[in-house]
Design a protein around this ligand. Sequence first.
Ligand code: SGN
Ligand code: CA
Length: 695
Amino acid sequence: MANFTKFLVSILMTFVLSSCGETTENSRNDGPPNIIFIMSDDHAYQAISSYDGRLNQTPNIDRLADEGMRFTQSFVTNSICGPSRAVMLTGKYSHVNGHIDNNVAFDGSQQTFPKLLQKAGYQTAIVGKWHLKSEPTGFDYYNILPGQGHYYNPDFIENGERKRIPGYVTDLTTDFAINWLNDRDENKPFCLLVHHKAPHRNWMPAPEYLNKYDDVEFPLPETFFDNYETRGSSAREQTLSIGDDMQLAYDMKVPQLYRKTQPESRQTADSTAWGLIAGRMSEEQRSAWNKAYQPKNDELIKAELSGDDLTVWKYQRYMQDYLSCIASVDDNVGRLMDYLEERGLSENTIIVYTSDQGFYLGEHGWFDKRFMYEQSLRTPLIVRYPKEIQATVNEKDMVLNLDYAPTFLDYAGVDIPEDMQGTSLRKVLTSETSEDWRESIYYRYYEYPAVHAVKRHYGIRTDRYKLIHFYYDVDEWEFYDLQEDPMEINNIYNDPNNADLIQDLKNKLTALQEQYQDTEGDLFLPQPDVEIDHLGKGGAVTLKNPFHPKYPGGGPDGLTNGLRGADMGFLYSKYDAWQGFEGVDMEAVVDLKVSMEISSISCGFLQKNNAWIFLPKKISVFTSTDGEEFKKLKEFKSSTPKKFAPDKREEYTVEVKNKTVRYIKVIAEAIGNCPEWHPGAGGKAWVFADEIIVK
Ligand code: SGN
Ligand code: CA
């Protein structure tokens, strides 16, 4: 071939290749941006130095903030882990995406932003915390922690395969992110979700930070000794207080004092929980841990603190551990930024740093989240993309985690589906303050009854006011003027001077509920147990294995008390009807007390895999006239699910052809331990039964 022809061919090839989208790394600087979405779990804005430098320094996150836009008016729509993640993935409120609380499994068949990016030619991946129970969809690669995950030597599930990986979770999550970036197809844009477990409870620092804050005394928040006067019953009855609810073994890492912490009923659980966690450590890790904690624990034991002194001590230990976990998160943000810089990727990559929601660091005397009060409603949000976003602080625009999905699609040049409820932040990220931005936000929290006892509520927040309605098992309103009362200690709902203001906010709240189609909130309310009259009601029950005292389901004769769980299952039922058997078979003999003619026997069991409850693998039903000789009528078999099966109450019924019987025996064989794929793999699985119904 003549040189000239070769030249033409090569020009032509270049043209053909680039029009096929096969571009080189350098020209990728002009294509759709890459996205790195870093999220930590429970990272309070109070613990990022660019937000508030009183507690700690986070130089790497601050570097992101210095080069990008930092939002101070950034909020979540439902302040709890799984739901917040589901909102981010779908761009839809909880009542629309269905993931209202941490109990449900995410419906992964629905539309999400990773799926839409994938369709548009992006490579997509997620590493670290997932916590949505169902298998991730829309990702070319996933390497996730089962459930909450562990800090030390965590298990990871890599594209379906579960392995225990030696090391510290925050470092490992970043290792996996970097490995994936190294292996990706460099000709395509990517979207990578780096979702840290830290700094989630129980706040276990990395080996190098076990003593990081030992000599620091942290200032107590002004509202640390809040007495909740003026507030409703939820604020008074919650169980997220540092004084009462933080456990000395599991939370505070002083296993020697586990008896001192709490009512006797909680002591064993505390000690066991700590034992399980410490048991994951290698010899080397454990001896480093003990070397660091033993002396400080000895000091506490010697001091014999109690009352407020102990509560203040707990706060100090909480801060030391929590902030040490954040030190590792910050280091790893730095590692990832350095990597992007070294590879020439930092120009055309949008980097987001956020948390799944805010967290109480002693405000109101609390830890945890859930409430619509400021510390948990707000979440940090930093977005860096120098090409389009100026380095600045946005203190005006109220933004939501609902907005992330449309924002990512917008930057990727993908059409934002009509049914997404959030709004792309691109407009506010250009820093021209936009006139037509939202002036209020809508919030709704559902997880109750549940751990930490924060009641269900919804509400509206404007730049100045907040109105909250606690609507389930109470009917209480709270109203705050955030300008006069930024700490939210004066609920002024009942002050007649505020009547007009409150009415106006109520109208706005209704308008928001209509806008977001949240007009059927009753849909998600706990369902009452079902009363059922039958021939076996009042029968005497003899159990071979005792039920667990935590789930007595009505006590010794609970299986014949005429109460069964709601059809929607355990999820929204009040739990009273279910009798729980931990790791053992349910074997019950019912004495009907007189011989009678019956036509059917049925028995209800629960499937709620994410609460470690599985249907029995075999159910056998027998009858007898004398209580000695039992005749088997029928046997049912069910197979153990291969992944999370939907929550349901399953009823097994045997038709009996008008037989005279006095005794009925039901044996429900437990699966024993949670299956391999389950976050509780190897731990005891439960059988839950509600009623043996005789007709
Ligand atoms: C666990 C924690 C709670 C926490 C929930 C929800 N207890 O139950 O303190 O509120 O998770 O957290 S622990 O003893 O297991 O640490 S979330 O991040 O999943 O929403
Ligand atoms: Ca969380």
